[in-house]
Design a protein around this ligand. Structure first.
Ligand code: GDP
Ligand code: MN
Length: 341
């Protein structure tokens, strides 16, 4: 049988979350930007659009993180872009740099090998530090302690549509834990041994998995292997408590202890995706089809009524949602299988 209704993760935002800009109720939420000082122009661009399309009405606070101090110029320019509170935090070195127990000769051999194979960021240490930080540490930062939800924003992204609803109150009110806009397959060469480590973890810790979890969405036809599908984590709206949970912390420690962030080039996107699939219920994962978003080289542009309602400045026909390589269809199947049972 075919689906009569949109799967729950694609359901439209209920009306009660619209026009909340006029009310004073806000969620415990923060806009989170990890950046280098030299990303200033890109951050200004992303933030100007976000303020214009959303946050000027809502006034959610910002937290900026960096492993070196932000310059005065960076802080001044950024603070001038918003009337919301802005904080600038320093990442503790032990949350960022390659740990001393990593075998550097093995790690540098991997960087050289992957660089030669033209794997994207294959030869970079700083990219690996960043991926490990985003996978296992950002949510422990002092400045994020007061908050439950975050919206991850990167330099040089685009927001195409006006958001007249509060995505954080939506997450809170609907009990969502992880929300995305683009889902696509990961480069296999960056995560060669990730899945076998995940499988070992699941076998060892079956009691830590969420009931009604979304593990099925990760599996290929054989039901044995990872299909490489992941949520593109340069955009995320999520519940920090998902990552702060004992289950996820244990999962991260397990993966980290293999050294895979350095001996391979594990991205935070597959790690977050697998984490959400294991430790959230599938109805707690959400696709924000109302949010028009671009990060080079892809964009997601709302279709149908959402496009008009958001006054979106993007071409609905160019949306990633309908490209052959999107992973969205798999999530459709996940929910249709559930409805058929
Ligand atoms: P891509 O989106 O995978 O191509 O990688 P990006 O270069 O956009 O990096 C992802 C995020 O991490 C962005 O928010 C960057 O600003 C940030 N980032 C990447 N590398 C570093 C770094 O070495 N230091 C800091 N502070 N931020 C970084
Ligand atoms: Mn980026």
């Amino acid at each position: 049988p075919r689906l009569w209704h949109e799967p729950p993760y694609k359901a439209p935002i209920p009306e009660k979350y619209y026009h909340t800009a006029n009310s004073t109720r806000r969620a415990s939420a923060v806009i989170l930007i990890l950046a280098r000082n030299r990303n200033l122009p890109g951050v200004v661009s992303s933030m100007t659009q976000l303020e214009d399309k959303f946050n000027r009405k809502f006034g959610y606070p910002y937290v900026f993180l960096n492993e070196v101090p932000f310059t005065e110029e960076f802080k001044q320019e950024i603070t001038a872009l918003t009337s919301a509170p802005v904080q600038f935090g320093l990442i503790p070195p032990e949350h960022w740099y390659q740990p001393s127990w990593i075998d550097e000769s093995r790690a540098s051999a991997a960087r050289e090998r992957m660089g030669k194979a033209h794997v994207i960021y294959g030869d970079s240490i700083s990219y690996r530090n960043m991926c490990r930080f985003q996978s296992g540490f950002f949510f422990r930062h002092e400045l994020l302690k007061p908050y439950k939800y975050y919206w991850r924003v990167e330099p040089d992204v685009n927001f195409f549509c006006h958001l007249d609803f509060d995505p954080f109150l939506f997450m809170e009110g609907e009990g969502k834990k992880y929300a995305f806009t683009v889902a696509l397959p990961e480069v296999k060469k960056t995560i060669r041994s990730l899945w076998s480590n995940v499988k070992a973890f699941m076998k060892q810790n079956p009691d830590l998995l969420s009931p009604d979890n979304a593990v099925d969405m990760l599996l290929d036809r054989t039901k044995e292997y990872y299909n490489m599908c992941h949520f593109w984590s340069n955009f995320e709206i999520a519940d920090l408590d998902l990552w702060r949970s004992d289950a996820y912390m244990k999962f991260f420690e397990w993966l980290d202890s293999t050294g895979g962030f350095y001996y391979e080039r594990w991205g935070d996107a597959p790690i977050h995706t697998i984490g959400a699939a294991l430790f959230a219920r599938k109805d707690q994962i959400h696709f924000f089809k109302e949010i028009g978003y671009a990060h080079i080289p892809y964009q997601q542009c709302p279709q149908g009524p959402a496009h008009a309602r958001g006054r979106c400045e993007c071409d609905a026909e160019k949306s990633f949602e309908y490209r052959g390589s999107t992973c969205l269809a798999r999530y459709d199947r996940l929910f249709s299988d559930a409805l058929e049972q």
